[in-house]
Design a protein around this ligand. Structure first.
Ligand code: SAM
Length: 460
């Protein structure tokens, strides 16, 4: 019986034992298992059989042979690997060859790694870059890698940008990552979001969660054309990007909408808002992270399938839309999430930890919420999850399209700060009235400001 323990024992015995064990195997799966179980190779390990296996007809065997050759360090022979690279067609084996040669960290292998940079497969180029970056401050390496800032592959450009160009970027004098400006704390502004954002400094917001007005679907959202609508949202999210702190998140709730037909002689038109908005966001520095589906009970949504239920004729099928999207983006940065997290003190990280019972999938089953004044309010549960999963206590949460203020109230309840803008006076007044009736903001007073008042606060 083959076991990991047995293989470990054999590899430390006299040379040749593992080679014999492999030769005696009929089943490819056993050969792969042995190769995968080898672990660290002892100093006196005889690798001859590994080089022979480079000619094996199963790619998984060749891959594991290459992997083990990579563990031989100084003793491994790059020539056989390069020979295989030249004729190998399996992309994983090719990548492993480059990785193996890179891991040897030998100066004489630099020219091979330069050669791999010309490969058509971006994964090979990335692997070779990885091998070369080991030679820190090496002028030759830098000369070969810097020009890749113009490579056609975006991953490669990002890696090169991070290594050679980001460090040259001027770093502005921002507030420490976990902090924000006093005049933005717990305020609601009755203004067009773009007007209000003019006085908001760069890098002030930790998280934006919003549901933009739906294109011409409600009275507060009338735009001359769909293009105008998307371009308006583009402007809002460019500005949101500017005021967002490095590496922090934007979560946009939208769904496709339908504009009813003008008469029986015409068709209604459906607009795929999440999909049409996405390119505008990515183009402007928002990196796509996740799509979360908000799933509602069927009984709570408009019945579209009724006609089909009667006629059952194909092409006329119209399912009931029980989902909306939460599209999750991160302000593009070369910094890892760890950098963001390390900006908080131990106590804040501890207090902000998400408790048991959190959602583990990207399908969130939540009942919608109906409100007597505002026709499109967020359920508190939806806000709670977003705020808890994507911010820390004390963070500033922004909603450019404040509506009835659900984001603000939930942020407050979760010991975060909030900053909302809402254009319509009636919704602004509604938020004010909620404060009075629900006594939600007694401790950290909420400021309800006109645009002029807000501008004055900003220059104080
Ligand atoms: C979908 S609702 C948001 C509802 C909100 N999530 C809630 O829970 O109540 C969109 C809101 O954006 C507001 N709005 C539309 N255009 C705006 C603009 N240019 N600036 C600020 N608010 C705007 C609308 O008046 C509406 O209340």
């Amino acid at each position: 019986m083959l076991s990991k323990e047995y293989i470990t024992e054999l590899k430390h015995r006299e040379n040749g034992d593992i080679s014999d064990l492999i030769s005696s195997q009929q089943d490819i799966r056993n050969i792969i298992f042995i190769l995968e179980s080898l672990g660290r190779l002892p100093e006196n390990f005889d690798p001859d059989f590994l080089y022979k296996l480079l000619k094996h007809n199963h790619p998984q065997v060749r891959l594991n042979a290459v992997k083990n050759i990579g563990k031989l360090n100084g003793k491994s022979d790059a020539k056989s690997l390069v020979e295989l690279y030249k004729k190998e067609t399996d992309t994983n084996v090719r990548r492993e060859i480059v990785s193996s040669i890179g891991r040897q960290r030998k100066m004489e292998n630099k020219s091979l790694l330069f050669y791999f940079l010309k490969d058509k497969d971006p994964k090979i180029v990335c692997q070779s870059i990885r091998g070369l970056l080991i030679f820190e401050k090496d002028k030759d390496v830098e000369e070969h890698l810097r020009p890749l800032i113009n490579h056609q592959n975006e991953m490669i450009r990002t890696v090169i940008y991070k290594e050679y160009f980001a460090k040259e970027k001027k770093t502005k004098d921002f507030l420490p990552h976990a902090q924000t400006y006093d005049f933005l704390k717990n305020v609601v502004i009755n203004a067009d979001v773009l007007e209000a954002l003019r006085v908001v400094p760069d890098e002030s917001v930790h998280l934006t969660f919003t549901s933009p007005p739906y294109y011409n679907a409600r009275d507060y959202s009338i735009y001359p054309s769909y293009k105008d609508y998307l371009e308006f949202l583009e402007k809002v999210f460019i500005e949101t990007h500017r005021v967002t702190k490095e590496g922090r998140f934007l979560i946009v709730n939208t769904s496709p909408i339908i504009i009813p037909r003008i008469s029986r002689a015409h068709s209604s038109k459906r607009y795929a808002i999440p999909f049409d908005l996405h390119p505008y966001l990515v183009k402007n520095g928002w990196e796509f992270i996740d799509d979360i589906i908000w799933l509602k009970p069927e009984a709570s949504v408009k019945n579209r399938v009724g006609g089909f239920m009667q006629h059952r004729k194909p092409l006329g099928y119209k399912p009931n839309s029980v989902t909306e999207y939460l599209m999750v983006y991160r302000k593009s940065t070369e910094k890892l999430l760890d950098w963001n997290i390390r900006s908080y003190d131990y106590g804040t990280v501890k207090k902000s930890k998400v408790a048991d019972g959190y959602e583990t999938t990207n399908v969130w089953k939540i009942d919608p919420c109906f409100d007597k004044v505002h026709s499109a309010v967020f359920p508190v549960e939806l806000c709670k999850r977003v705020i808890q999963y994507y911010s820390y206590e004390g963070d500033l949460i922004f909603d450019p399209f404040g509506g009835s203020g659900t984001v603000g109230r939930t942020a407050k309840a979760l010991d975060r700060l909030f900053f909302l803008t809402e254009k319509e006076a009636k919704y602004f007044e509604y938020m004010k009235s909620k404060v009075k009736t629900q006594n939600l903001f007694d401790e950290k007073k909420t400021k309800f400001l006109t645009l002029e008042q807000f501008k004055k606060e900003a220059i104080k």
